[in-house]
Design a protein around this ligand. Structure first.
Ligand code: PHE
Length: 500
């Protein structure tokens, strides 16, 4: 076990902040509130909380705990369980790499918008409200007609992307000692901004109308599979599990740290942030509905549409302080995203690479940052948005859940769970009982596979993903297949002991 010289968090709270920062991301703002609204408000919250306790927390404890036990990132962990199992740790590494390749592009857009907000480039008042969509698709993305038309890279986004990767390099190359200290800020800054945005949002006319949509419970929905699908998929996504990185984050933890407690703190802070962000988002949605006199289904309330179209519409209509709200909102997105991005790059990809190939941290960081930038160029092209969507489906949905199900199953049955539980209980205040073993052996894999089957295969196989041309939709499966094969290729390479 290469304990000596492994990078370490500088203190307990830096680890917690780094873990919270990796979990809190764009999804807390643009995925969670919308899911709550569409799946029965308060009723969704119940399913989500059940998912958190039964699936999310055990899954996170497993990743932290296995990382700490083996003092390695995901591939090293599974190689430690059995030589032939190393691929189970590599598959999510490729998943993480693909995610960070487009996540950084979204952050480049956020930077572009933070700058554009200063002059309210998409327009003020009614003009801005009707021009925000064109500004995003035509001016910022210069979107082409389909995934077959890549066109050229869009220069301002390429510049933004380069800035993001340079920042990423500077943050990561010194290791966990530095990332942890930075994470304290990249968590606190967006929290402060969210509070500010919420106060501004609540003081706008129509805010309460929006909040009613966010939370009004529809208990009948709890009986439908759709709610459970939404809740479990959101739990897996929001905790940043299934992306290799939490194994490495656990491996940077001192041997005596309390894993269970830290996993609870991470999960609950993340989920509290989601809940809170919902108020900030839906107060603005209510304001848009009231100002433009439109029903809620005419306001796009999730994903890219929320962040880069609806929110700018709302900003345009704000009578005082619109540019400030704009700059704050987009900086908030940037700060929300950056610690998720450096988590993916560092814990998800770079740590496994230096564990395996004995590369220096500095060199592996440089290599991955350059490769990430180069792959990111694809999404900066005029057809980039389509590719971002296709790759996102392949990795942040299928990849995450399938690799996570396999990992939990193998740790549960082969390692097995009892051994992990004993290891974790040695240093934890809260002692895990035998129930924990069954969560890993059955509940986490079953939950993840239910989501894949219900919301994935059932739709994508008969109807091809996203209505794209057949060959483009096929890239969802091609991406999964190629990353799967690559994980065996990487398993077959010889492991060199790390130098630092
Ligand atoms: N947990 C992140 C979020 O909610 C999701 C995420 C993190 C996705 C890291 C990818 C990478 O936004």
């Amino acid at each position: 076990m290469a304990e000596v010289g492994r990078e370490r968090w500088s203190s307990r709270h830096t680890f917690i902040f780094a873990a919270i920062g990796s979990a809190i991301g764009l999804g807390n703002v643009w995925r969670f509130p919308y899911m709550s609204y569409s799946y029965g408000g308060g009723a969704f919250l119940v399913a989500w909380f059940v998912g958190l306790l039964l699936m999310g927390v055990p899954w996170l404890i497993m990743e932290f705990g296995m990382g700490r036990y083996f003092q390695k990132g995901a591939p090293g962990v599974f190689a430690g369980i059995g030589k032939k199992l190393e691929w189970i740790g590599w598959w999510p590494v490729f998943v993480a790499f693909l995610i960070v390749s487009y996540y950084c592009v979204i952050m480049a857009w956020a930077l572009r918008y933070a700058v554009s907000s200063v002059v309210m480039a998409w327009g003020v008042g009614e003009a801005g409200a009707s021009g925000a969509g064109d500004f995003f698709f035509k001016t910022v993305l210069q979107l082409s007609s389909g995934p077959g038309h890549l066109g050229h890279p869009v220069v301002p986004i390429v510049i933004g992307l380069a800035v993001v990767w340079i920042v990423m390099y500077i943050i990561i190359y010194k290791g966990a000692g530095r990332t942890g200290k930075i994470a304290v800020w990249t968590v606190i800054i967006p929290w402060v901004i969210l509070v500010t945005l919420l106060i501004r949002g609540l003081t706008l006319p129509g805010a309460v109308k929006g909040l009613n949509y966010y939370l009004t419970p529809d208990w009948a929905k709890l009986k439908q599979g759709g709610v459970w699908f939404a809740a479990l998929s959101q739990i897996a996504f929001t905790l940043s599990v299934g992306m290799a990185g939490m194994f490495a984050y656990g491996s940077f933890v001192a041997k005596k740290a309390d894993i269970t407690n830290n996993a609870f703190i991470t999960s609950f802070s993340n989920c509290a942030t989601s809940y809170f962000a919902g108020f900030a988002v839906f107060s603005i949605i209510g304001f848009i509905m009231q100002s433009l006199n439109i029903p809620i289904d005419k306001v796009s309330a999730s994903g890219l549409g929320l962040a880069f179209v609806s929110y700018p519409v709302g900003i345009s209509m704000i009578p005082t302080g619109a540019p400030i709200v704009g700059v704050l909102f987009f900086l908030c997105l940037f700060f929300l995203g950056i610690d998720s991005a450096f988590f993916l790059a560092h814990g998800g990809v770079i740590a496994p690479v230096y564990d395996k190939f004995g590369m220096k941290l500095k060199n592996s960081t440089l290599l991955i940052c350059i490769l990430g930038f180069l792959l990111g160029l694809l999404y900066t092209t005029q057809g980039g948005l389509y590719w971002l969507d296709i790759i996102d489906r392949a990795v942040s949905f299928y990849g995450l859940l399938i690799t996570g199900a396999i990992a939990s199953f193998v740790v549960g049955w082969v390692f097995p769970a009892k051994k992990l539980r004993d290891h974790i209980n040695e240093t934890s205040d809260i002692k895990l009982g035998a129930w924990f073993d069954w969560m890993l052996k059955v509940v986490v894999p079953a939950g993840a596979l239910f989501v894949v089957a219900y919301g994935g295969f059932a739709k994508d196989l008969p109807f091809k993903y996203g209505g794209y041309p057949k060959w483009a939709a096929a890239f969802v499966w091609i991406t999964l297949g190629v990353t799967f094969i690559l994980s065996f290729v990487f398993q077959s390479f010889k492991t060199k002991e790390a130098k630092s």
